[in-house]
Ligand binder design. Structure first.
Ligand SMILES: Cc1cc2nc3c(=O)[nH]c(=O)nc-3n(C[C@H](O)[C@H](O)[C@H](O)COP(=O)(O)OP(=O)(O)OC[C@H]3O[C@@H](n4cnc5c(N)ncnc54)[C@H](O)[C@@H]3O)c2cc1C
Length: 135
């Protein structure tokens, strides 16, 4: 392995969805430069394989379709799918911020279909990116 020395205000490890979202937020907060390090030869991690589907509770899509949903209902769904092995605090954070995530994604000029996709959830809450999949 060759030596590498560089200074950066913020260093983000990993170039998947989580890393790129953190990089955008850091840049929006005024950090410069933001350096992303990636161990693989190409960026994107597992995120490049994502089917682009996002499950969110009380989304604009659900409101428009008049679908009643709740944090508790999505929690139950996810616990069932995870066979109760889920990390409960992280799960609650994910569920409670799911719609905020959709709205944040729109700020990045990524748009979603209004049509729902039936996956494992009891209530319709999953929709897909309009264009393409993955990063
Ligand atoms: C086929 C498939 C389809 C999917 N479809 C969906 C979907 O439709 N909807 C959905 O919500 N989720 C989906 N998922 C799950 C989703 O893709 C992952 O949850 C998400 O991509 C995880 O993002 P991440 O940024 O946490 O990890 P990753 O995208 O895996 O990124 C982590 C990155 O960190 C890098 N890294 C790790 N360690 C180091 C290190 N020490 N130094 C430098 N770099 C490092 C890795 O190489 C990688 O690039 C799918 C997953 C798969 C595999």
């Amino acid at each position: 392995m060759s030596d590498w020395e560089e200074k950066a205000e913020i260093v983000i490890v990993g170039s998947g969805f989580a890393g790129l979202a953190a990089a955008i937020e850091a840049a929006n907060a005024g950090a410069f430069p933001v350096t992303i390090v990636e161990k693989m030869p190409t960026p994107g991690g597992n995120s490049i394989y994502s089917a682009g589907q996002l499950a969110a509770v009380c989304s604009e899509q659900q409101m428009r379709a008049k679908i009643e949903d709740s944090v508790d209902c999505m929690m139950k769904d996810m616990l069932r799918a995870g066979q109760d092995l889920n990390h409960i605090d992280l799960l609650r954070r994910l569920v409670e911020s799911s719609n905020e995530t959709v709205e944040w994604t729109k700020v990045c000029l990524i748009w979603f279909c209004s049509r729902f996709i039936h996956v494992m959830h009891i209530i319709l809450l999953t929709f897909s990116f309009i264009e393409g999949i993955g990063c």
